[in-house]
Design a protein around this ligand. Structure first.
Ligand code: TXA
Ligand code: MG
Length: 354
């Protein structure tokens, strides 16, 4: 996976530093904050995370307060090395295979939790979500944390509950303001949240699709994933309304898009369009945000484009439905949720937003 060229630095009150020489000092500042039970934001290859010492219940509670997220939602624990897994969970043979193939990387494993893992992290469940991220700044932070005894950093995506996940430090600042310590790590290279695989049941299954697809996972496990319908553990990302912009978002086919744009010439309010098909002409009042026609590149820019569209003076956002192809599965998932939760029409159940 390509790595960001930015080496990373801390941004917080009164600071804005980028030079390589400052990176270690920046990481040290973040470790000091985490040791004191504070919250810091850091980059990962998927989206930015809002992190706290996963062994400190009041620090973890602080993340939930900042996000406005219900306290019984589980959070992913981020590890410095694959070997740290055994401190947090009872690994299965499947887990070791997947760790060997995909860590560090955008894959979260749900496993039976080890003794001593906080309920604040697991949401009171008997399982824990674990991930070793593939980002140089995240890994450096996690290693520096491990060196002072913080052997896992609990981190959900660094957005307020129900908002689009952040893929740049600026997005995080937009969510939480300048007072939060944010490690700078450039734009996230994957761009959507990790694939979550549940290994705690009788057969492995995907709880949240991501850019590591089912076929790659099945190839490593040498067996098919379960498509069964046992009651799912609580994964708010698996419910309908999620990752949502504030303006109404509609998913439309290329043909519908064309006719809607013809209509909108006579309608009121502008429209933002996220489309991967080329267009010949764009009418006044239409903001055309061209999307890549390849899924990895599309994922990398999707959340930034949704935020951009949300900030335009438009009545709605029209998104051209991606191709009906397995490589686009996780993107269909995120776009469906974005449509379901957009325009302030989130479901009444607060659990549906992360
Ligand atoms: O890519 C990612 O996974 C990002 C980066 C920051 O690592 N994190 C992320 O965290 O997306 P969050 O909290 O926004 O979403 C994590 C999802 C939630 O839907 C949560 O319910 C689920 O993981 N989860 C965490 N622990 C779980 C567990 N023990 N059982 C079931 N689901 C769990
Ligand atoms: Mg989230």
């Amino acid at each position: 996976m390509p790595r960001p060229s930015s080496s990373g630095a801390v941004r917080g009150p009164g600071t804005s530093v980028h030079a390589d020489d400052d990176v270690e000092a920046s990481i040290a500042r973040a470790v000091t904050a985490l040791s004191a039970g504070d919250v810091v934001a850091f980059p990962t290859e998927t989206v930015y995370g809002l992190g706290a010492d996963a062994r400190n219940a009041s620090a973890v509670a602080r993340i939930f307060r900042m996000k406005g997220r219900p306290l019984d939602h589980p959070v992913i624990v981020h590890l410095a090395t694959p070997a740290a897994l055994t401190r947090w969970a009872r690994p299965t043979a499947d887990a070791l295979r997947l760790v060997g193939a995909f860590w560090p990387g955008p894959l979260t494993l749900i496993l039976p939790r080890a003794d001593g893992v906080l309920d604040a992290v697991t949401g009171g469940q008997s399982t824990v979500g674990l991930r070793c991220p593939d980002h140089p700044v995240a890994l450096r932070l996690l290693q520096a944390c491990a060196a002072v005894g913080i052997d896992g950093v609990a981190a959900p995506s660094a957005n307020r509950f129900g908002h689009v996940s952040p893929t740049t430090a600026a997005h995080v600042r937009g969510e939480f303001g300048a007072a939060l310590l944010i490690l700078e790590g450039g734009a996230a290279m994957v761009g959507i949240e990790s694939t979550i695989v549940d290994l705690s049941g009788s057969a492995p299954r995907i709880l949240r699709p991501g850019m590591i697809g089912a076929a790659a996972i099945e190839a490593v496990l040498a067996r098919p994933l379960s498509t069964g319908t046992d009651p799912a553990p609580r994964v708010s990302g698996s419910l309908a309304a999620h990752y949502a912009p504030l303006r109404p978002l509609e998913l439309v086919s290329a043909a519908t898009l064309k006719s809607r744009l013809a209509e909108s010439r006579h309608g009121v309010g502008g429209v933002a369009v996220l489309a991967y098909s080329p267009t010949a002409s764009v009418a006044a009042g239409t903001h055309w945000l061209a999307m890549p026609a390849e899924p990895d590149a599309y994922a990398r820019v999707l959340y930034a484009r949704l935020r951009e569209a949300d900030q335009l003076d438009v009545a709605r956002i029209l998104v051209e439905v991606p191709p009906d192809d397995i490589g686009w599965l996780a993107l269909h998932d995120r776009l469906r949720r974005a449509a379901a939760g957009s325009g302030g029409t989130h479901g009444a159940d607060a659990r549906e937003r992360d």
